[in-house]
Design a protein around this ligand. Sequence first.
Ligand SMILES: Cc1cc2nc3c(=O)[nH]c(=O)nc-3n(C[C@H](O)[C@H](O)[C@H](O)COP(=O)(O)OP(=O)(O)OC[C@H]3O[C@@H](n4cnc5c(N)ncnc54)[C@H](O)[C@@H]3O)c2cc1C
Length: 332
Amino acid sequence: MATQNQPLLTHRAELMARLAEPCRYDIAVVGGGATGLGIALDAAARGLRVVLVESHDFAKGTSSRSTKLVHGGVRYLAQGNVALVREALQERTLILNNAPHLAQPLSFVMPAYHWWEAPFYGIGLKMYDVLAGRAGLGRTEFLSCKETLTQLPMVQSAGLKGGVKYWDGQFNDARFALALARTAALHGALLLNYCRAKSLLHEAGRVAGLLCEDQLTGQVTKIECGCVVNATGVWVDELRGQDAHAIGGEVERQTQPMVAPSQGVHMVVDREFLGGDCALMVPKTADGRVLFAVPWLGKVILGTTDTPRQDLSREPEPFAEEVEFILSESAG
Ligand SMILES: Cc1cc2nc3c(=O)[nH]c(=O)nc-3n(C[C@H](O)[C@H](O)[C@H](O)COP(=O)(O)OP(=O)(O)OC[C@H]3O[C@@H](n4cnc5c(N)ncnc54)[C@H](O)[C@@H]3O)c2cc1C
């Protein structure tokens, strides 16, 4: 295993050669998104022998396509799940402290168009401040109409009753994932991209490894391990389905799907859409969800939607209704 003082093996051929060496890993992680990379880092930091295979590039899936928010669980507060809010706030603090170059506080303004909205959401967000305690990033403030328009000059002024400003976090999801990958490698994990898990291997009725295929050369390699973690995100049932075929008799039980896939769409528009440095939060869209307009790399990200989709495309395209929905909700 590599240590902090050894150079990292950066050439893919060397990594593939290392994979082919006889080794029984403690954990094989399938999927190089936020979940798989986080697991690989955690396990490697505990001294376990870890290998991770990713079929495409690291963070190629959902983990580079998020709204870029490191939220401390504000939406769980609305559901009354205080324990989850506390956990999310703790994780937010860890991310902001561990990676200040990739994650920063961001202020959000929620314009209010009904008299009850500012007190209703404002009190909830004040509770968010209380729960955050010293982990808070800034105080929630009630804004007048004038202050709301100063923060967000482009919001509709007709009917505006005021607003609420609160603080949360923002991060670079793709770069954060790569930082996790590099740190896991520093701790001795072997991570391979463009290497797809084809099927699981069994010994005495238990999972004992997997076969993976180099997507660049077609070479198939056997990985032996004590445990396989399926961290393939929305594709989780694909690998489970292949496993069901492999072990025959238990097909019925094994192929019950675990996820109900859906897609979320973002639109990228010019920075002038917001006209300021704050993010915009719409607390309740026509379909009852939250919509954000977030400044990002000189542009603004608007989103998102939640549309059931079964085909699990690697490059899903937005439906026309989703584009329409985002534009109409953002226009106020
Ligand atoms: C529209 C949208 C917006 C979001 N916004 C936010 C946000 O602002 N903040 C936030 O914290 N969270 C957000 N999330 C949630 C967050 O993005 C996900 O929870 C997270 O990215 C999931 O990571 P993952 O590793 O589980 O899945 P993924 O990132 O999808 O990773 C799974 C990986 O498995 C790989 N894979 C699949 N099959 C195989 C195989 N057979 N062999 C090897 N590899 C395989 C895929 O290529 C993929 O890279 C958002 C989600 C969506 C959909």
